[in-house]
Design a protein around this ligand. Sequence first.
Ligand code: NAD
Length: 247
Amino acid sequence: LDLTGRTALVTGAGSGIGRACAERLAAAGAEVLAVDIDEHAAKEVATAIGGRAIAADLADLDAVDAFPAHVDVLVNNAGLQVVAPLPEFPTDRFALIQRVMVEAPFRLIRLVLPHMYDSGWGRIVNISSVHGVIASPYKAAYVTAKHGLEGLSKVTALEGAEHGVTANCVNPAFVRTPLVDKQIADQAAVNGIAEAEVVEKIMLKRAAIKKLIEPEQVAEMVAYLCSPPASFITGSSIIIDGGWTAH
Ligand code: NAD
């Protein structure tokens, strides 16, 4: 994969999957714009990969509209999780999750497409989840947002095809990131069991491969979707779940 001369914008680049994507795309030669609400993390990643940091809250849609528009690769990755039963689901958290995980990606796609159309090449990768195709209880906002992102991705693929633009989702199950490490530690403490047991018996109960996915494995798929052999893959959702959704 050679992305020399290409610009890639990655949201949520300060941590986990976003950071791995920023590193992978920079290693392929892209100039990476690392967006994160955590200014320190964005700057740290940008410095490490020779890219540029954009400290911004994606919930601020006016700020998103003002991002650089000359981008060849867009990775919509930033996300957050709130877990609560529906009758008590906080309405402000539901709205925030839709804004960060659906509306901001929409604004970014809308922003960068004119440049991609002009140049006749663009790659949009939306980091969805197994929750973009199946649901789990207590995750109403997250599951709704990921299903919305799937629809947005497919529409982008249909409109972008004649302009050389592909759009796809990548759908991981549990990936070893700071977010998931904390969930494991919390569940181990609550249940009084070892962290390895939480991973195998609770988190990955449905998966065939009882291991967490590494962020680099997700980033490798993102890189593949930007590579020449993937030029025919568009409007797809690439599941990386160790067999989670196979049954
Ligand atoms: P993470 O918490 O490690 O990283 C998310 C990053 O997004 C953080 O750096 C955070 O500061 C940033 N961010 C959050 N809200 C933001 C906002 N409003 N504006 C700008 N930046 C913001 O999470 P992760 O596990 O790497 O998850 C990244 C993406 O992958 C998310 O969309 C998540 O839903 C998806 N995903 C994660 C897993 C998993 O198991 N970790 C599985 C499937 C899908």
